[in-house]
Design a protein around this ligand. Structure first.
Ligand code: G3I
Length: 497
């Protein structure tokens, strides 16, 4: 994990070089992402946000021959707003913690794949590629490993890699085999693996991983190696050495935990020197932290930073994709590590897209129009879904109210105006002030006031194209008996009326 004292001092990259259009090769393995998923994702964005059809980031990225991913945790699976965006907008999933050694093998030889398997299942259900993170890392390493006598570390490492990579064999796009091997000055980190085996542990780990899962691309991954500096020099020299020895190594991951306005100007040159060694490169943990509170100027700068990174990846042949670390600002690791900083992602704490989202979509070839204020989602549902919505949907909501002095009933009808079925729905809206739901039919509604989410029951989860479902609720009110004004269906805004 990046430490607070280590901050890249690079200035913003003002170049943001436009990428050559239509010149990239499609990635064979990634081009296989299901067309159905692209269609499912296509209606996710607020109207007019990114492309004529409101095209998702994953679809835009895949059209350019790269992927756009995100990292989520097992706990995130309970957050309907988050999972809707994760599955709809992103085409690659990295488990943020669930494939790390402390989760997978908390005690010697005792393997726990459940949390990682749940995230793998989510990725599969949403036709997302999966990135294994990570096999060998000094952090989130159980003390039983770091306390081993040197003579036993290699055996433990090989056993861990073999069991873990075998378990996920055939399911992963890539493994981050070794994570964060270097100090800032380019020396090897003096962790349990280095102490026991010297720098040779890296080659040993890669060979062991290749033997266990020949189909997964094998990566080294680190932070503060995005620009030209002593640490990236060390990674470069290591890659060069490994390749010259024929050690199995397919890629280098550049975490890209950036500070606002400090995307290194040498990012492109640096990525290119790695691809020249015969490895692919990827941005694996992108975020761009801001000193809080973020101003609108900060958010605009963040958009330029995101666009700069994306444009750089697009301009480098061999840059296969980008992953944002987390879905929204509410989920980020940053405030816990850098108090007073945060807001590093493309989605705000209510899962509304930020200027960085728009800038990213534009960098990927989406429309240059901006979202209209009335089309932004207004609610941030966090309750567990009763169904698993399959992505955003084009929708229309109509409603009727019957009100009396302190009570009302509302009937709402949701129409699928898109061209693909909605399988499981979550309609988010904000109840007018003073209204409290006391009962509902044909849906569950929670919580009972403020931003709420109505979810389908077992019998009405599917809405075919052109079809509608109706549900309703009783509520008390304190004078305002109006209908909710705005709705989002599985994260996508609906027209009203
Ligand atoms: O599991 C324990 C739980 O039992 C305990 O109650 C709780 C109390 O704090 O902690 C839980 O562990 C936390 C763990 O995430 C799982 O949620 C740790 O405190 C917390 O430090 C840990 O943070 C993770 C961090 O890696 C650790 O280094 C972040 O979620 C994760 O996003 C972050 O990811 C890293 C990448 O793997 C590598 N690159 C840097 C990146 C950001 O730091």
């Amino acid at each position: 994990m990046p430490v607070r004292t280590l901050r890249p001092g690079n200035t913003p990259d003002p170049s943001s070089t436009p990428h050559p259009r239509n010149t990239r090769r499609a990635l064979g393995t990634l081009a296989a992402v299901a067309t159905a998923t692209a269609l499912a994702a296509a209606a996710l964005l607020p109207a007019g946000q990114a492309g004529a059809a409101g095209t998702s980031l994953r679809t835009l990225a895949e059209a350019k021959g790269i992927y756009f991913g995100t990292a989520i945790t097992q706990g995130d699976l309970n957050n309907a707003a988050l999972t809707t965006i994760a599955g709809g907008q992103f085409g690659m999933l990295t488990p943020a913690n669930e494939m790390k050694w402390d989760t997978v093998e908390p005690s010697p030889g005792s393997f726990n794949f459940g949390p990682g398997d749940r995230l793998a299942a989510f990725a599969q259900a949403n036709s997302m590629k999966l990135r294994g993170h990570t096999l060998v890392w000094h952090n989130q390493l159980p003390s039983w490993v770091s306390n081993l006598p040197n003579g036993q570390v290699q055996g433990a490492m090989r056993n861990h890699i073999t069991n873990t990579a075998t378990h996920y064999k055939g399911k992963l796009y890539a493994w981050d085999v070794v994570n964060e091997p270097f100090n800032e000055d380019g020396s090897f980190r003096n962790d349990a693996f280095y102490r026991a085996m010297g720098s040779g542990y890296v080659a040993d780990a890669l060979r062991t991983a290749r033997a266990a899962d020949p189909g997964a691309k094998l990566y080294l991954n680190d932070y503060n190696i995005e620009g030209l500096n002593p640490k990236s020099d060390a990674m470069y020299n290591l890659v060069k050495s490994l390749k010259s020895q024929g050690v199995p190594l397919d890629g280098v991951g550049f975490q890209a935990h950036f500070i606002l306005g400090q995307v290194p100007s040498s990012l492109k040159a640096n990525l290119q020197r790695f691809t020249a060694l015969g490895v692919e490169v990827a941005v694996t943990e992108l975020d761009d932290r801001i000193k809080l509170p973020a101003s609108s100027a900060d958010l605009a700068q963040q958009g330029r930073d995101y666009a700069s990174v994306i444009n750089t990846c697009l301009a480098v042949t061999g840059c296969v994709g980008l992953t944002q670390w987390g879905v929204g600002d509410a989920d980020s690791w940053i405030p816990g590590t850098f108090p007073g900083e945060g807001d590093g992602t493309m989605y705000d704490r209510g899962y509304r897209p930020k200027p960085a989202y728009t800038a990213s979509a534009e960098a990927l070839g989406g429309s240059t129009s901006t979202p209209s204020p009335t089309s932004s989602p207004t609610a941030s549902p966090t309750a567990s879904p009763t169904a698993s919505p399959t992505g955003g949907a084009a929708c229309k909501v109509t409603g009727e109210t019957n009100a009396w002095n302190t009570g009302l009933t509302d009937n709402l009808t949701v129409t699928n105006t898109g061209s693909i079925p909605v399988n499981g729905w979550a309609l988010a809206f904000t109840l007018p002030a003073g209204q409290t739901v006391t009962g509902a039919w044909n849906a569950t509604i929670s919580p009972s006031s403020g931003p709420v989410t109505a979810r389908n029951l077992g019998y009405n989860g599917t809405i075919a194209p052109g079809a509608s479902v109706s549900f309703g609720y009783q509520a008390t009110h304190t004078g305002n008996a109006g209908l909710p004004a705005q709705f989002t269906l599985n994260g996508a805004p609906c027209t009203v009326g």
